[in-house]
Write a protein that binds this ligand. Structure first.
Ligand SMILES: [Zn+2]
Length: 226
C-alpha cells in the first residue's frame, strides 16, 4: 500500500541534517542563481517554524528547518497513500524535494505578473470585506464560515481562490523551466511535489482567507469605526 520504508519517516530529520540543513538550501540557490536572471537571497532559520516561502519584492527565499521538514512529512503521507507511484524516503530524494521547493519559490520571485495579481487580490479582499459587513456576518462566531454564504460573497471567495491557484500554477510553470532536470526521477518527484502543492491550495475557506490575510484585526476593531 505505502512505500516500503514509510517508517523511515522518523529518519527524515537525520537525513536533512546529514545533507547540511542550511547548506543544502544555500547550494541549491547558488545553483539556480548561476543561470537565472535575478539574484535570489536565502534567509534561513533553525528556530522559527514558518512554512517555506518567498518574498518576491526583496528576492528573498525564506526557509526554516521545521517549515521544510513538515512540508516533507505531509508530502510523503500524501504521495505514499497511493498503491502506484510511491516515493521512497531517502537522503537523495530529500535533496530532490528541496530543489523542487526552491524552484517553486524562485518561480514566485521570477514571476513578473505577481504585482498585477497582488493588486487584483487586494481588490477581491476589499470586496469580501465589504460583503461581510453588508451581510452582517458575525466574525466572532467560530463557525461563521460553515453556513451557506450569500451567493455573491461565495463568488468573491471563489475568485480569490482562483487567483491564488493561478498564481501558484504560474510559479510551478516557471519552476519546471528552471529545474534543468538531471534524471527522470527528478522530473517524477517534481511532478508529484507540484501535484501535492496544487491540491493543498484549494482547502482555504473564508475563515482561513481572513486569517492568512490578517483581516481579523479589522473585525476586532470594526466596532470602533462602525
Ligand atoms: Zn507558491
Amino acid at each position: 500500500m505505502t512505500c516500503k520504508n514509510i517508517l523511515d519517516i522518523n529518519y527524515l530529520s537525520t537525513y536533512y541534517d546529514n545533507l547540511g540543513g542550511k547548506k543544502l538550501f544555500k547550494d541549491c540557490i547558488k545553483d539556480f542563481n548561476s543561470y537565472i536572471n535575478k539574484k535570489v537571497y536565502l534567509y534561513y532559520s533553525n528556530k522559527k517554524d514558518t512554512p517555506v516561502c518567498a518574498l518576491p519584492k526583496f528576492k528573498i527565499l525564506l526557509v526554516t528547518r521545521l517549515g521544510f521538514l513538515s512540508f516533507c512529512y505531509n508530502f510523503y503521507f500524501y504521495v505514499n497513500g497511493f498503491d502506484y507511484y510511491n516515493i521512497d524516503i531517502s537522503q537523495d530524494n530529500l535533496k530532490i524535494i528541496a530543489k523542487c521547493v526552491c524552484s517553486h519559490e524562485i518561480g514566485h520571485i521570477l514571476d513578473d505578473s505577481i504585482n498585477s495579481n497582488r493588486w487584483e487580490q487586494s481588490k477581491v479582499l476589499t470586496d469580501i470585506l465589504e460583503k461581510m459587513l453588508h451581510y452582517n456576518i458575525d466574525f466572532s462566531n467560530i463557525d461563521f464560515h460553515k453556513k451557506n454564504l450569500p451567493q455573491d460573497l461565495e463568488n468573491s471567495v471563489l475568485i480569490f481562490k482562483k487567483n491564488l491557484v493561478g498564481r501558484e500554477a504560474i510559479a510551478w510553470e516557471i519552476a519546471r523551466n528552471i529545474m534543468h532536470f538531471h534524471t527522470p526521477k527528478e522530473r517524477f518527484i517534481f511532478d508529484k511535489v507540484r501535484e501535492y502543492a496544487l491540491a493543498t491550495y484549494n482547502y482555504g475557506d473564508l475563515k482561513s482567507i481572513i486569517k492568512e490575510n490578517n483581516l481579523e484585526s479589522f473585525f476586532k476593531y470594526k466596532k470602533y469605526f462602525a
